[in-house]
Design a protein around this ligand. Structure first.
Ligand SMILES: [Zn+2]
Length: 405
């Protein structure tokens, strides 16, 4: 561990112990500073049950209160001081510099700025810090975005990948040539645009083809008040190691070597309102510490290959639904599909793939086996059967992965 790391960790430990009710209790008996890897990890369940016990600053110093996205359970309340907002702005500035944005850029922010989200605010602050012109167009209307592209001639856009594809479809309908717009960079938030080998996935390729622009992936977590962006090398998001420390661990919490996918565990440095130490994010990815082709020497976090609780176990092997989805997205003739997972035995799930379209089922099964080393059941199904599974009553969004375990 480097001297810088020791300095940041010591400061974080002393601050959390002195100011956070949760950490005051956790570190009650430790007069000496523990090694970071000896501190018990916290997960979303602990954060949600003891949410405000993580608050380490008096309420009069709180400047922003946001909520987490709440994909699992009730959204957490998350608070930031003015100092945290400045840290956030600097973090985002460094991230956007990785993407190659600079003061001369004009950037469309097609992201929600309200509804208690932190992300939109963070991007906006980062653009301000960088000196870019930002256009807070928001996400609701593809038509409005096309109109603004035409009038303002921006050079970059920040949006969710699936929405970038909706805008491209709208442009095609309107016979508007997006490739001729000055937009050269798309910053893709919330969904992956690369697979575990750093190749662009179907979504990333569709965006680059339709927009005539580079797709850059970015990863952020509200509870960490942090985000990472990839550079032109496209070999993972660059970590700002004075603000965040990342460990990659296996199911038993043991450290994994560079390049091996495991759960992302993160510690914030320099946070005033709600510092967290060894937070199990539930996201799975690999970390790379070798210097990047861009010249930066900071660690890089590879693409998020899935959520830890989505990991499939199949006859001694394990994989994430995303690797099956990649094969299905790319296989000729597949019009729609759904992957259904059921509990079969303690160490093995039953995986069934339902496909619709002109598909040679046996060839598809072989393609899946070649790419993922597992051979699930594959069968034809009607569009109605697939849609009923993708979108059960009360579901808020369509899902090609159905977990019945
Ligand atoms: Zn780089």
């Amino acid at each position: 561990m480097t001297l810088d790391f020791e300095k940041h960790w010591e400061k974080t430990f002393r601050y959390a112990k002195a100011n956070s009710p949760y950490y005051r209790e956790l570190f009650r008996s430790s007069s000496d500073m523990p090694r970071l890897e000896d501190v018990p990890m916290v997960d979303k369940k602990i954060l949600s049950e003891r949410n405000l016990e993580f608050l380490s600053a008096p309420r009069e110093r709180i400047a922003e209160i946001v909520t987490t996205s709440g994909t699992t359970g009730k959204p957490l309340l998350w608070m930031l001081t003015d100092g945290d907002l400045k840290r956030l702005a600097l973090n985002e500035k460094l991230s956007f510099e990785c993407v190659g944005l600079a003061a001369h850029d004009t950037v469309l922010l097609a992201v929600a700025m309200d509804r208690c989200f932190l992300a939109g605010l963070a991007y906006w602050q980062g653009l301000r810090e960088l000196g870019c012109a930002s256009v807070r167009v928001g996400p609701p209307s593809a038509t409005l975005i096309l109109e603004m592209i035409d009038r303002i001639q921006p050079t970059a856009i920040i949006a969710v990948p699936s929405f970038l594809r909706v805008i491209a479809e709208k442009a095609a309908e309107a016979k508007y040539d997006l490739k001729n717009s000055p937009i050269r960079k798309t910053v893709c938030i919330g969904e992956p645009v690369r697979d575990a080998s750093f190749n662009l996935n179907t979504s990333g390729r569709a965006i680059e083809a339709a927009w005539g622009a580079r797709a850059y992936s970015t990863y952020g977590v509200t509870e960490l008040a942090n985000s990472l962006c990839e550079c032109d090398a496209g070999q993972g998001g660059h970590l700002h190691d004075a603000m965040l420390h990342i460990e990659i661990v296996d199911d038993d919490g043991k450290h994994l070597p560079d390049g091996v996918v495991g759960e992302v565990v993160a510690t914030t440095f320099g946070v005033e309102a709600m510092p967290v130490i060894r937070y199990r994010t539930g996201d799975c990815a690999a970390l790379f510490r070798s210097p990047c082709a861009c010249g930066r020497t900071t660690p890089r976090l590879g693409p998020i290959v899935g959520r830890k609780n989505q990991k499939l176990k199949f006859k001694g092997a394990s994989l994430f639904p995303s690797s099956l989805q990649t094969v299905l997205d790319e296989f000729n003739g597949v019009e729609s599909y759904v992957i259904v997972v059921r509990m079969e035995a303690e160490l093995s799930d039953s995986i069934e793939v339902l496909v619709q379209g002109q598909v040679a089922v046996e060839m598809l099964r072989e393609a899946i086996q070649a790419r993922t080393k597992i051979a699930p059941k594959v069968r034809h199904a009607s569009r109605e059967e697939i849609e009923a599974l993708q979108m059960p009553p009360q579901a808020r969004k369509r899902n090609t992965f159905v977990d019945l375990r």
